[in-house]
Design a binder for this molecule. Structure first.
Ligand code: NAD
Ligand code: UD1
Length: 318
């Protein structure tokens, strides 16, 4: 029997992907160390096997490839925070680069893989000013996170060229939606904002720390669009050996995002200002012509995605 492996499958994007793979009747193995992901994010389903483990442990990864045969691998497991990589680069490097190589080696030796899909990041572009970012835009990583993502994606694509392993890399822009863990200061900004608005709704006193002037922009993409892109690149033969941007092709500043959220919820957020974060990118948005060329369509703009997310969160907290 062969499986779909989702590393980081108990995390935010991974758990949404797993739900979709189950709808497509795939048998899924999730590996996650639960450092950021949660067991309750994993659907209870006869076609899911959860293995708690650390992908930066090469013996563990070797053992997994001895026990299971993989048809497709979605490698999403990572320490997803730019700020965490600035604080502890040696720690994040093990998961964000070494683990990628262990998985590629395992897949190469097994020899039956139909696709290895790697979750890279728009962070690889850094602050090089030309916008929007195409797949051939200059790379200028500003953080250990971005360096490890770029090195990983280059290994992934090089394993295609050198060993004919069918690989694809996707550069996600800023993904948001339910189950993005808000509990750390390193969490994604939309999940932190959502958490603050949920507290405000309960009349609790909260403040949001805004790093920099709020004029930094991001191309926020709703998690359901990201899952469609992941399934699409995993199936398209044209995606083999290629890298794709996964964004919406639009961007919004943090100040605009906060205003939009205040309008949506009817609540007013108290803001504490702090200096810009080290390693932070100022402006980011994607050109998605390439992935559109293989059939991708973003179905959610910021307002539609945020409304669905907020409605889900308020229903869950009732
Ligand atoms: P997440 O933190 O929710 O998911 C990552 C998962 O990996 C977590 O469940 C975590 O517990 C797990 N993990 C971390 N270290 C591990 C290890 N050593 N062994 C096993 N599991 C480990 O983050 P996410 O937002 O779902 O990100 C998924 C992927 O997409 C990551 O590779 C991230 O770098 C990438 N990405 C995310 C975004 C975004 O905006 N969320 C943007 C670009 C790229
Ligand atoms: C995010 C992802 C990263 C991904 C990248 C792709 C997370 C945690 N990080 O990084 O994995 O590779 O997008 O573009 O999902 N901010 C505040 N206050 C807060 C938190 C953040 O002002 O409490 C600011 C940050 O300084 C930054 C912006 O919001 O300017 C976005 O931050 P964040 O959500 O952490 O995302 P990125 O650093 O863009």
């Amino acid at each position: 029997m062969s499986y779909y492996l989702v590393t980081g499958g108990a995390g935010f994007i991974g758990s949404h992907l797993v739900e979709e793979l189950l709808k497509l009747n795939k048998k899924v193995i999730i590996i996650d160390d639960l450092s950021m992901g949660k067991k309750e994010n994993i659907p209870e389903h006869e076609n899911v096997t959860f293995i708690k483990g650390d992908i930066s442990d090469s013996e563990f990864v070797t053992d997994i490839f001895m026990r299971y045969q993989f048809e497709k691998i979605y490698h999403l497991g990572a320490i997803a925070s730019v700020a965490a990589s600035v604080e502890t680069p040696l720690v994040t490097h093990k998961t964000n680069l070494d683990a990628t190589l262990y998985l590629l080696e395992g897949a190469k030796k097994q020899g039956i893989l139909k696709r290895f899909i790697f979750a890279s990041s728009a962070a690889v572009f850094g602050d090089e000013p030309t916008l929007p970012k195409t797949e051939t835009s200059d790379i200028k990583p500003l953080s250990p996170y971005a360096i490890d993502k770029y090195a990983s994606e280059q290994y992934v694509l090089t394993y295609n060229r050198l060993y004919n392993l069918p690989t694809t890399a996707v550069r996600f822009f800023n993904v948001f939606g339910s189950r993005q863990n808000p509990s750390s200061p390193y969490s994604g900004v939309v999940s932190i904002l959502t958490d603050k608005f949920l507290e405000l709704e309960k009349n609790h006193q909260v403040e949001f720390t805004l790093y920099g002037d709020g004029e930094q922009t991001r191309d926020f993409i709703y998690v359901k669009d990201v899952v469609s892109a992941l399934v699409l690149v995993g199936e398209s033969e044209k995606a083999i050996g290629e890298v794709f941007n996964v964004g919406t092709g639009n961007s919004i500043s943090l100040n605009e995002l906060i205003s939009l959220y205040e309008k949506l919820t009817g609540l007013k957020l108290h803001i504490k200002r702090e200096d810009e974060r080290a390693g932070d990118i100022k402006y980011s948005y994607s050109d998605i012509t390439k992935i559109k060329g293989i059939g991708f369509q973003s179905l959610y703009n910021m307002e539609k995605g945020l409304t669905e997310y907020w409605n889900e969160e308020t229903k869950r907290k009732e």
